[in-house]
Design a protein around this ligand. Structure first.
Ligand code: 5MM
Length: 343
């Protein structure tokens, strides 16, 4: 069990990650994921390109106004900017908290192999101790839940919830704030009600496991999906419907002690993701900070503009900064679509 001092330290870090006008950048794409994104834009997936791209993001002027934390990948937490400073040093100097992805991808669930369970618990305490030395103050673990015929199964929900809770406990024992990310995927033609049902199931199971294992809820951040219609569903829920369904779901499942809920974007349209976050913050009436922890929702445009070319850095940084600013406004309920043009 953690003592009160340890819990207070974790709570302080968690609150800073989701400070009132800030959110989190997910820049923890694993090799296959960054490779997929680069290849689709004709960018070579080389170590130097990954380093140069992330330098472009992290050195964006003024980005610290909108970001409380950045999630890094194992390669990135060990890399340096062109001026020789470690990326972690650059972030610390800007007051942005460095974090690290510690899951090791997924494997098929033995009794339902089309579903996935997340790997990475073996040797985790040792890896966390190394990441503390490298400067990480928080970590992230993502579980993937698929909506389909007969899925998600209870076994998939339970096993992913159990592993997320074990990871969270290991993190807190190492003095690291865990981001727990159970992602119900957007894939499918289901109505939003099915996403609400699946999201409620995984969140309830997750919080039951977290409590069961004695994880301090004041010292973690939840990173859920928004409640959305499947991407191939003919009738898409409106911005208001998404906001209401997401808040309804969070309120039945998420304890009030949790300092922050930071959404993933999950392949939504960038502008819609911002508008939906804004709508939730306009509605209000919840106990947590409600913010963003987007990867694609923040990076789609800057990555496309950068395109692997030095001469595009300044324009890419402007696009990144603009998207981050709009999401910062949305997490305060102050965004409007008219601001999209003000770049
Ligand atoms: C950066 O994307 C992360 C997934 O990485 P891998 O699949 O490469 O392990 C992902 O966990 C990300 O942090 C969240 O899903 C948020 O990303 P989106 O794009 O959904 O906002």
């Amino acid at each position: 069990m953690l003592d009160q001092h340890q819990i207070a330290e974790l709570n302080k870090i968690a609150k800073a990650m989701v400070a009132p006008d800030k959110g989190i950048l997910a820049a923890d794409e694993s090799m296959p994921t960054i490779g997929k994104r680069f290849t689709s834009l004709g960018i070579e997936n080389s170590e130097e390109n990954r380093r140069a791209y992330r330098e472009t993001l992290f050195t964006t002027p003024g980005i610290e106004e909108f970001l409380g934390g950045i999630i890094l990948f194992d390669e990135t937490i060990r890399q340096k900017a062109s001026d020789g400073r470690m990326f972690t040093q650059i972030l610390q100097e800007k007051g942005i908290i460095p974090g690290i992805k510690v899951d090791q991808g997924t494997e098929p669930l033995p009794n339902s192999p089309q579903e996935k369970i997340t790997k990475g618990l073996e040797g985790l305490p040792g890896r966390l101790a190394d990441y503390v030395i490298l400067g990480a103050k928080f970590a992230k673990w993502r579980a993937v839940i698929t909506i389909g015929a007969g899925t998600p199964t209870d076994e998939c929900i339970q096993e992913n919830a159990k592993r997320l809770a074990e990871y969270a406990l290991d993190c807190q024992q190492a003095g690291i704030v865990p981001i727990v990310e159970p992602e119900v995927l957007l894939d499918g033609d289901h109505k939003s009600e099915r996403c609400e049902e699946a999201t409620t199931r995984i969140l309830k199971a997750l919080f039951a496991e977290l409590k069961n294992k004695g994880v301090a809820l004041e010292g973690l951040i939840l990173k859920p999906n928004m409640v959305l219609s499947g991407k191939d569903c003919q009738v898409q829920a409106s911005v208001k419907e998404v906001a209401e369904a997401t808040l309804r779901t969070l309120k039945v499942a998420v304890s009030a002690e949790v300092p922050g809920v930071a959404f993933l974007s999950g392949g939504q349209d960038d502008v819609l993701a911002t508008a939906r976050l804004n709508e939730m913050n306009k509605i209000g009436g919840f106990p947590w900070q409600l913010t963003f922890s987007f990867s694609r929702g923040l990076q789609n445009l800057p990555m496309k503009i950068w395109a692997g070319k030095q001469e595009n850095i300044e324009v890419a940084q402007k696009a990144f900064s603009h998207r981050a600013k709009l999401n910062s406004l949305a997490r305060q309920g102050k965004y409007s679509e008219a601001l999209e043009k003000e770049i």
